[in-house]
Design a protein. Structure first.
Length: 512
């Protein structure tokens, strides 16, 4: 593996890059918060707006479909328009959609606002990550920047639970939308005045319209298929049809991308062994994490009787673990060891934390079981997320940075949709089986209530066992597929020579 030649020094680093990081991180926090903050507010919003039980899932699903379906398009727009411009437009649009959601007086307005939030989030998220990728080119600085970004990407969802609990309990559910507006305005103004995007990173090729249509329809069909599976079952004809449609559409998309002159997703971005390993292992890990957020929130509120605010605070150890793992362990070791030796052990540490949670019972102690499990989960995920975020955009041609960033978000979004549906279905089946087996013994109202709670915990435990296996699979993929060496101390961003060019961290091997 060749190092960057001494005669080709990296471009002069942007003196405002650390200020820019503050606004990029703020925008990323807003997008990640939004994935969970609305969950806690949903019961209150449903009641106020008269949304039926059958349609309430669409408050979550409308956002997920628009965000997941349009991410690749958003990444390509960032490469075409310029990341700074796309970032600012995404922020302004997200703020406007949030204002619409907060002021909603009916179901249609709310669902439209959520879809708009998802669409502008799909512009914003890949632009944010690709700005980091092109602005931080020194290996040590890149490690610090991605450490901060990784901590936010991993822990922001739990922060959303705390903030959502506070706003819903002490103000009003509408503030879970309005809170985005100051975030977005500050980040947009900061980005406009501080960010200086490096020259020469635009991809001015004509837009691949067939690729946009096929990828958007394919991803929407896939995400919606998992959402339908959760509510209507895996054998439902519509669910099966959506999955079949997703496979056909995404296969057609791959075929088109291999033949068109200017593809939406250049296949070199995903067929690189190391980036492919990141996308796959990260997507699997997010399946496990989303399931955990869901089950632990219900366990604490329904079984333990915690308030929304207390539930949010109960997630603090995981946030602390993620920040420590990402900014202390990951950042300090990233320039000393190969990424796979951070990602693999990180996912395994998280799996040990998840393994502890399989022992959940109705009377489980928070301090004795849930707290240490969360610390291990946070430390492991924080340590793994940080090099994953950095490696996902490492060595790509600057013109592909936006779409490579979009793939990170796509793997997380699809992973989240799969995790919620798959693990929820497993939990529900295990709960039903437990209730059927033990129903005869519950003859009094008190015994029946206790049985219901025991059934719920049994279901959570069964699903968490699957999450343990998924995290072990993530670790295995990271350790076997990702084979790049430790970063050097020079520039790590590609200089425009193509997907196969790079320094000692870039191994252009085709195989997450």
């Amino acid at each position: 593996m060749s190092k960057t030649p001494a005669s080709s020094p990296p471009t002069q680093a942007d003196p405002s890059r650390w200020k820019a990081l503050v606004f990029i991180a703020l925008a990323q926090l807003m997008v990640v918060l939004d994935a969970t903050i609305v969950n806690i507010a949903l019961p209150s919003a449903q009641q106020d707006l008269g949304i039926s039980d059958g349609n309430r899932q669409w408050v979550i699903t409308a956002y997920a479909l628009a965000f997941g379906g349009l991410l690749l398009f958003g990444g390509r727009v960032a490469d075409l328009w310029g990341r700074k411009r796309t970032f600012v437009v995404g922020l302004i649009g997200f703020a406007a959609a949030s204002a619409l959601g907060g002021a909603a007086t009916g179901e249609a307005t709310m669902l439209g606002a959520r879809a708009l939030q998802g669409a502008f989030g799909a512009l914003l998220a890949p632009a944010a990550l690709s700005l980091l990728a092109v602005m931080f080119t020194d290996a040590k600085e890149r490690a610090k920047a991605f450490g901060i970004y990784g901590a936010i990407a991993g822990g922001g969802g739990a922060v959303g639970l705390i903030l959502g609990g506070f706003l819903t309990e002490y103000l009003n559910w509408r503030w879970t939308f309005f809170v985005n507006i100051p975030f977005a305005i500050v980040a947009a103004l900061g980005a406009y005045f501080v960010i200086r995007e490096p020259a020469g990173g635009r991809n001015r090729s004509p837009l691949d319209v067939p690729g946009v249509v096929l990828s958007t329809l394919g991803l929407v069909s896939l995400v919606y298929g998992f959402t339908r599976a959760e509510s209507d079952g895996w054998s439902d004809p519509t669910t099966i049809g959506l999955f079949v449609g997703a496979v056909l559409l995404l296969a057609a998309f791959a075929l088109v991308e291999s033949r068109v002159k200017s593809p939406l997703l250049p296949l070199r971005v995903v067929t690189d062994r190391n980036r492919g390993g990141v996308y796959l292992s990260l997507g699997l890990a997010v399946i496990a994490m989303f399931g955990l957020f869901l089950f632990l929130t219900y366990y604490l509120q329904v079984v333990k009787g915690y308030s929304p605010v207390k539930t949010g605070f109960a997630f603090l150890p995981m946030i602390a673990g993620m920040i420590t793992g990402s900014t202390q362990i990951g950042t300090r070791l990233m320039t000393r060891v190969p990424p796979r030796f951070l990602m693999g052990p990180g996912f395994l540490t998280a799996a040990v934390g998840m393994l502890l949670l399989t022992q959940l019972e109705i009377g489980s102690s928070y301090a004795g079981l849930i707290l240490p499990a969360q610390l291990l989960l946070g430390l492991g995920m924080g340590t793994a997320f940080m090099p994953a975020m950095s490696l996902a955009t490492h060595g790509v041609d600057p013109r592909d940075a936006g779409v490579a960033s979009a793939m990170v978000n796509t793997s997380q979004q699809v992973g989240g949709a799969i995790g919620t549906a798959l693990l929820n279905t497993i939990a529900a089946s295990a709960t039903t089986a437990y209730l059927v087996d033990h129903a005869a013994g519950a003859t009094t109202p008190a015994a029946q209530k206790l049985l219901q709670l025991q059934g719920m915990v049994e279901g959570y435990s069964a699903a968490i066992w699957w999450a343990v296996g998924i995290l072990v699979a993530s670790a295995t993929i990271a350790l076997t597929l990702i084979n790049t060496g430790k970063p050097g101390t020079g520039a790590v961003a590609a200089s425009g020579s193509g997907a196969g060019a790079g320094d000692e961290v870039k191994v252009p091997v085709i195989a997450h």
